[in-house]
Write a protein that binds this ligand. Structure first.
Ligand code: R5P
Length: 296
């Protein structure tokens, strides 16, 4: 029986793109709030004995998590064979340590919630820094889809003589992969973060890269401070107009506009979170990840 794709509210467009790529059946789920704020959920499609693929973008996660958990529980209760979660952006992964006394390590707690609710997880480039892999915290099979090939395709098609720049040590995994695929040089800078918006980044040494276009690559743009601090170093240093590329367009507040104001000629993202800057499509790669899970 074909698998059924269900969307958690807010992820309908992503679910439909994935469903088309998978050639799966579209299911219907309904979620609403009671007048007192509690949540009502209903699945209208037959799911008994079938694989259910729940699609839920987890940026701005607070309002999405309960509907996700309740829909997963409902699908299982209605007899679904397996319930998998496709979350192109996996939230909480940056809280991977107790940075200050008393803090919660929410990446672990969230992994526990998800692992208890669904049978497998597919996501795109989760922020793996202190956790070596999702297996360190998730107790279910996971499939990590890499955006580097799609990003490299975009860079190859749109940028002549790119110089890839990773703004911090964590970004090296993405920047090195893209640089390798486009056969371009890359630099990795050092970042110090003192607070949500208090960030400094070391200046890149551009002396050997005259005539190259700086392409800043990172997994997430949230406040945008990591990228704007990097852009400030490029100003007035003869560098060609820089381009900012990110996997996940989280963009808190006015981050996108602030990047343009700080000198980015373009800001380009993958479509793991719907945003006007989406130019790089990773839907087929996600579908491959889902197929791998369904076949397991
Ligand atoms: C953190 O290490 C990530 O790789 C990004 O560099 C970070 O999340 C970007 O955050 P922001 O845009 O708030 O500086």
């Amino acid at each position: 029986m074909p698998s059924v794709v269900l969307s958690v509210p807010g992820s309908e467009a992503a679910a439909e793109k994935l469903r088309t790529s998978l050639d799966a059946e579209a299911g219907t789920a309904f979620v609403r709030h009671f007048p007192d704020g509690e949540i009502y959920v209903r699945i209208d499609s037959p799911v008994a004995g079938r694989d259910v693929v729940l699609v839920c973008g987890l940026d701005r996660p607070a309002d999405k998590i309960l509907p996700l958990l309740f829909l997963a529980a409902t699908a299982k209760d209605l007899g679904a064979r397996r319930v998998g979660l496709v979350s192109p952006y996996l939230s909480f992964m940056r809280q991977d340590s107790r940075f200050h006394p008393g803090e919660g390590i929410t990446s672990t707690y969230f992994a526990g919630l998800v692992s208890g609710a669904v049978d497998w997880l597919v996501t795109v480039d989760p922020h793996l820094h202190r956790w070596p892999s999702l297996d360190a915290i998730y107790k279910i099979p996971t499939e990590v889809v890499h955006a580097a090939p799609a990003i490299a395709g975009w860079v190859r098609a749109h940028v002549t003589r790119p110089l890839l720049i990773g703004p911090d040590a964590e970004s090296e995994q993405w920047v090195a992969a893209v640089a390798g695929l486009v056969d371009a040089p890359y630099l990795v800078l050092e970042k110090t973060r003192r607070g949500d918006r208090d960030v400094s980044v070391t200046a890149p040494d551009l002396t050997r890269y005259d005539g190259h276009t700086p392409v800043l690559v990172d997994d997430i743009i949230s406040t945008g401070r990591t990228m704007t601090e990097t852009l400030h170093h490029l100003r007035g240093r003869g560098a060609l107009e820089p381009i900012c590329v990110a996997v996940h367009a989280v963009f808190a507040d006015r981050a996108h506009d602030e990047l343009l104001a700080a000198g980015a000629a373009r800001v380009v993202t993958c479509n793991t979170i719907e945003h006007p800057s989406n130019r790089i499509c990773v839907v087929d790669a996600i579908a491959d990840g889902v197929r791998a899970r369904l076949a397991a």
